[in-house]
Design a protein around this ligand. Sequence first.
Ligand code: NAD
Length: 483
Amino acid sequence: MDFDFHHYVDGCWVTPEAAKTLELCDPATELVRCRVPLAGAEDVARAVEAAHSALARGWLETSVSERLIYLHRLIAEIENRRDQFAHIISQEMGAPIDFCKAHQVEASLAHLRGFVDAMTVQGAIDTPIADDPMHRVRYEPMGVATLITPWNWPLNQIALKVGAALMAGCTMVLKPSELTPLTGHLFAQCMEATELPHGVFNFLIGGAEAGELLTAHKRVSAISFTGSTRAGQLVAAAASIGFRRLTLELGGKSPNLLFADCDIATAVRQGVAHCFRNAGQSCNAASLMLVEDGIYDEVVTSAADIADTYHADLPQKSGPHMGPLVNRAQFVRVQNFIENAIEQGARCVSGGAGRPDGLNQGYFVRPTVLVDVTPDMNVAREEVFGPVLTIMSFRDLDDAVLKANHSAYGLAAYIQSSDAHMANEAARRINAGMIQVNGNSRALGAPFGGTKSSGLGREAGIWGIRAFQELKSISGLSLTTEA
Ligand code: NAD
C-alpha cells in the first residue's frame, strides 16, 4: 500500500521536499508497506518559522478558556476516529487490534481529559503567592516547542505532548516516529479539524535528521522528547546549547518486587501480564521480577506456567494474543538478548529464541521467562523492549532495594506486599519516578517520568503542562490593577 504523505505546516498540507525516504515493512508479514518521505532542513525551517510567527499573531496571549475550546474539539475528533486510529496503530506497529482499541487509543484520550481537568482546576495563568494579592506567579508559555515521539504507544505519546504544549500556550512542531507516520498523519488531520489558528500546530514526517534539526533550531524554546536513552543524550546536548527547556522520557528497566507476604497468584499473574503488555514494548514494562528467596521456586513455576498460556498471532485478529515486534531491528535485538542471557547462565523456563510455532514470517517473538539471572547479566540491566521477563531472587529488603536500584534506569518500580510498612519503606528507597503498590495504577493526571537514565521532568496532568511554561514572579501589582 502506498500513501500520499504530507507535512502540515502553517495550516496547509505541504508536499515534502524529501530527498530521503524510508521503506517500512508490515511487522506481521515483512512485506513492504509504504515508503515514507523524511523531512529535511527546508521542511524543518518552514515548520519552525510557522510556529514562531503564530506566537506573534496572538496565540501567546490566549486565555485558559480559549485553549480549552481547542482541546475539547481535539478530544471529539479523536473519539470520532477511534476505530481508524486503532486499525492504523495495529497495522503500523503490530499491536493486536483489540489491544489498540482498548488501550492504545483510550490511553491517549484519558491523558487529554486529564489535561482538561488539570487546566480547569489548576491552570490559572496568574496565581497569588501566599494569599498576597500584591505578589503573584505568572505561568507564561515558553514559545515554540519541539515535540518528538516514539512508535511504541504512538498516539498516546503524541497526545501527552501536544495536549500539554497547547494548554501551556505554546506553538509547536510535532515530529512523530518515522516508523508510525500514519498515526501522526491522522492525528494532524484531527488537529486541522479543531480549526486552531494557522501555525500553532505543525507536523513533520521525518527521522533522526529532522529530530536533530528541530532540537538545534534557535527559535525553539522547549523540547519534549520521548525515545531511547541513546537519542535522549544527543537531544540533551543540543538543548544545552540554547539553554532550552527540556523534558526527556527515556528507557526503563523497571523492577517488580515480590515480597514473601504478597498474594503470590495475583502478583505473578499481574507481573507477567505487565511485562508482556504491548509485546514488552513499553518503557515502564515490569521486566525485572525480584522475588524474595522463600517464594522463589513457587514464583518461577507459576510464571513459567502463566507465560506458556500466552501466544502470538496476527495483529488484525481479534483476541488477547500478542502481536509481532515493530521491525526487524527490534526482532534481532530481542533474539540477541535471549541468546546472550542463556549463554551467560540464565535458565529459560518458558519461550526462548526463535519464532513461535506456526509463525514463519513476521517479527514475532516467543514470550520468554529467564530465571536465575544475576545482576551482572545484560538482561538484568538493559532495556530489552520485548516480551522477555527476567527473574532474580533477593534475601531481604536491603538486598531488594540494592537490586532494584542496580540498573542505570529509574522509570518505574512495582511492589507487591501485604505489609504496608515494608512496601512504604521500599517505595521510599527505590530510585524511580513512579512506584505502584499491589497493582494500583497511577491516578489520571499523576506525573509520568523517571530518574537517572530514564529522563528529566514529568509529563501528564498539570506537571506536563507546566513543563512548557516559564515562571514569572510579579510583586507590587495586584491582579485587578493589571485588569
Ligand atoms: P528512538 O530514540 O530511536 O526514536 C524516538 C524518536 O526520536 C523518533 O521520533 C526518532 O525519529 C527521533 N530521533 C532519533 N534520533 C534522534 C536525534 N538524534 N535527535 C532528535 N530526534 C531523534 O526510540 P524509539 O525506538 O522510537 O522508541 C523506543 C524507546 O522509547 C525505548 O527506549 C522506550 O523505553 C522509550 N520510551 C520512553 C517512554 C517514557 O515515557 N519514558 C515512553 C515510550 C517510549
